[in-house]
Write a protein that binds this ligand. Structure first.
Ligand code: C2E
Ligand code: MG
Ligand code: MG
Ligand code: MG
Length: 292
């Protein structure tokens, strides 16, 4: 809280107060630098996508990949999404950036197919602002037509909070996307306040269990069977609603085994693979084919 920090700095004396305001300036500058840099990121070709494989827990096959955005400003360090997505949201820059992400990911899906890889599903994150943008469905349809990506090979990820803000208009938007054949997933499930029964009214295909939840269920398994039972119930209930369940942030063999026992469908995480370049993912398949 800024007021409390200011009060504390004042109480500690004049020198500290000055130090505090200098730091504030540095932070404001940082934000302005990021913002103006981000404004030109698309046209300068500074954005790139990494792809993290999504694994079938039953047999270990790669079913698809989630596209994850990176920003590489010339001569500077790579910027991760957590450092700039919020700014992109607040400035509205997320709209052109998001369209670039969607177009690049869909074009990559087609390129992989043409290179002889399986017909992978590509998952793309949508932020709240993108989701509320009028004409979202028309933009998605245009990108699919331009790239030749089949609608059912695209999965759009949104968070629970997006659905809770304006549920009626959210349901309409989702229905239009669903009617086009686009797959829809709830990202970071377990971090918001919605329940599975709340999600029933939306045309959702998949539920992605947040990585904090994945970490907890595996850690608590030894201590208490109840926690395992709760996780099992969430997965079973999701299945009874016809949802595919994807576990995020799987880092250990123990977590994988536990999720498999619970009949969780798919998983994503460092245990299987970090997000990688499109070429590296393609290489995985070529290697796999050669070793068969
Ligand atoms: P997310 O959609 O929940 O993506 C999963 C994040 O978890 C990614 O971070 C990924 O690198 C990380 N991750 C994957 N496996 C593991 C694991 O085993 N352990 C741990 N600790 N982390 C793992 P990343 O790439 O930094 O992205 C962060 C968030 O930024 C994403 O969370 C998503 O909300 C947002 N984001 C990323 N790309 C885009 C984009 O193109 N558009 C929008 N609107 N948001 C994006
Ligand atoms: Mg995601
Ligand atoms: Mg997530
Ligand atoms: Mg997240």
């Amino acid at each position: 809280n800024a007021d409390a920090a200011l009060y504390q700095a004042k109480a500690m004396g004049r020198g500290n107060y000055q130090f505090y305001s200098e730091e504030m300036n540095a932070r404001t500058l940082d934000r302005l630098t990021l913002e103006s840099g981000l404004r030109h990121a698309v046209e300068r070709g500074e954005l790139q996508l990494k792809y993290q494989p999504q694994i079938d827990l039953a047999d270990g096959a790669i079913l698809g990949a989630e596209a994850l955005l990176r920003w590489q400003p010339a001569g500077q360090q790579l910027v991760m999404p957590d450092a700039f997505i919020t700014i992109a949201e607040e400035t509205g820059l997320i709209v052109p950036i998001g369209e670039w992400v969607l177009r690049t990911a869909c074009a990559q899906q087609v390129a992989w197919r043409q290179a002889g890889l399986p017909d992978l599903r590509i998952a793309v994150n949508l932020s709240a602002r993108q989701f509320r943008q009028p004409g979202l469905d028309a933009m998605v349809a245009r990108v699919l037509a331009d790239t030749g990506c089949a609608a059912d090979r695209l999965e759009l990820e949104i968070t629970e909070s997006v659905l809770m803000e304006r549920p009626d208009s959210a349901a309409e938007t989702l229905q239009r996307l669903s009617d086009m054949g686009v797959q829809l997933a709830i990202d970071d499930f377990g971090t918001g306040y919605s329940s599975l029964s709340y999600l029933k009214r939306f045309p959702i295909n998949a539920l992605k269990i947040d990585r904090s939840f994945v970490r907890d269920i595996a850690a608590k398994r030894a201590a208490s069977n109840d926690d395992g039972a709760i996780a099992a119930a969430v997965i079973a209930l999701a299945h009874s609603m016809g949802l595919t369940v994807v576990a995020e942030g799987v880092e250990t063999e123990q977590q994988r085994d536990f999720l498999r026992q619970l009949h969780c469908d798919q998983a994503q995480g460092f245990y299987f693979s970090e997000p990688m370049s499109a070429a590296a993912l393609e290489h995985l398949f070529i290697q796999g084919a050669a070793s068969k």
